[in-house]
Design a protein around this ligand. Structure first.
Ligand SMILES: Cc1ncc(COP(=O)(O)O)c(C=O)c1O
Length: 359
């Protein structure tokens, strides 16, 4: 049996109970799940494609791959051939299976940030490889590694990696023949900084060799419930992923492919959603600060990375006693022991309730 970490959310259950007992009800800021409606453009496209009796293409429809390439060009200054785009069933599955799909071997180290979304670690383990959490690639010395994950804007810290940093990671990886997988699911949610894709010419210097950018529609388009994402980049790697995924039946349902196409073609709904999050962030951040928390990084994305000098579990308890549930930083790595992650994904009404409880 592969040794997987305990599913950390179970450890939050007692604090969830405590927060639920608040007379005004719980304000759940512990997970980054969308709470606003699925945009009508996506719903209409989904229902128009409801009569889809045949098997969909693992590669995705040509229209979907064009829409993804069009969105990357329009919004992120990235030029990819639609042939080098591959839809995924949300991106968590790709994060969890990428090392396996790329043929990472047992004993090899898969590198990811010291504070990170836990699925990078899980993906390494599923391949029988060694998870290696670090922010300093130099600590690997001359060792060759097959895969390095970057995540900008970061979950949980909201940190944005500058072009210079990303360029160094790419150069380091290319020297060693490592693949760089860049998880960019929060790329449209820059607040105080402009996130850049690993495929942007300022980072990759015009070549996508060895690079994969992973994009989710969960946050941008409130499509977490549809399971909608894609990967784009190095043609050779995309081709390899397509081949294995075809054999393994990792196929995005046809109505979801249609909904993704419509969502990627449309920016108005994404701008509207961004505005909702901007407003929630603008009231929650100062409320936390007035209540004694310091907010670090958080320049982008859906989280406030906050600390008040206490252990993360004490902070979780203090907030839960006010009916506010947040995630302990420890879920994302040992370096998070002094922090909590506060999601801005709750309705305006619930966010306002949290703000008044923090006073
Ligand atoms: C950093 C990061 N990557 C990937 C995902 C997975 O998103 P999805 O599977 O909904 O595309 C999440 C979800 O919160 C995330 O925070």
């Amino acid at each position: 049996m592969i040794a997987l970490p305990d599913f950390p959310w179970d450890r939050l259950a007692p604090y969830q109970e405590l927060a639920r007992a608040h007379p005004g009800g719980i304000v759940d800021l512990s997970v980054g799940t969308p709470v606003d409606p699925v945009p009508p453009v996506a719903r209409q496209a989904l229902s128009a494609a409801a009569d889809s009796p045949g098997y969909p293409l693992t590669y995705g429809t040509p229209r979907l791959r064009e829409a993804a390439a069009g969105w990357l060009r329009r919004r992120h200054g990235v030029v990819v051939d639609p042939a080098d785009v591959l839809p995924t069933i949300g991106t968590k599955e790709l994060v969890a299976w990428l090392p396996t799909l790329l043929g990472v071997r047992p004993g090899e180290r898969v590198v990811f940030p010291a504070l990170a979304y836990p699925t990078y670690d899980v993906g390494a383990r599923l391949a029988g490889a060694e998870p290696y959490a670090t922010d300093g690639l130099l600590s690997l010395g001359p060792e060759r590694v097959p895969l390095v994950w970057v995540n900008s804007p970061s979950n949980p810290t909201g940190r944005v990696l500058p072009a210079e940093h990303l360029r160094k990671v790419v150069a380091w990886a290319r020297e060693r023949g490592a693949v760089v997988a860049s998880d960019e699911c929060y790329i449209e949610l820059g607040w105080e900084d402009e996130p850049l894709s690993v495929l942007h010419p300022d980072v990759c210097e015009g070549s996508h060799e060895g690079l994969l950018a992973v994009h989710s529609l969960s946050k941008r388009s409130n499509l977490a419930g549809y399971r909608a994402g894609f990967v784009a980049g190095d043609p050779r790697l995309v081709r390899r992923l397509l081949e294995v995924r075809k054999h393994a039946g990792m196929i995005v349902p046809a109505p979801v492919q249609a909904a993704m196409t419509a969502a990627l073609d449309d920016d108005a709904h994404a701008d509207e959603q961004r505005e909702r999050y901007a407003r929630r962030r603008a009231v929650l951040r100062p409320a936390l600060e007035r209540a004694g928390w310091r907010v670090e990084h958080s320049e982008a994305g859906l989280y406030l990375w906050a600390a008040n000098g206490e252990d993360c579990w004490d902070q979780v308890r203090a907030l839960a006693s006010r009916g506010i549930l947040v995630a302990p930083g420890e879920f994302y790595g040992d370096a998070g022991r002094g922090h909590v992650r506060v999601a801005i994904t709750a309705t305006d009404e619930r966010v306002d309730a949290a703000v008044s409880r923090l006073q």
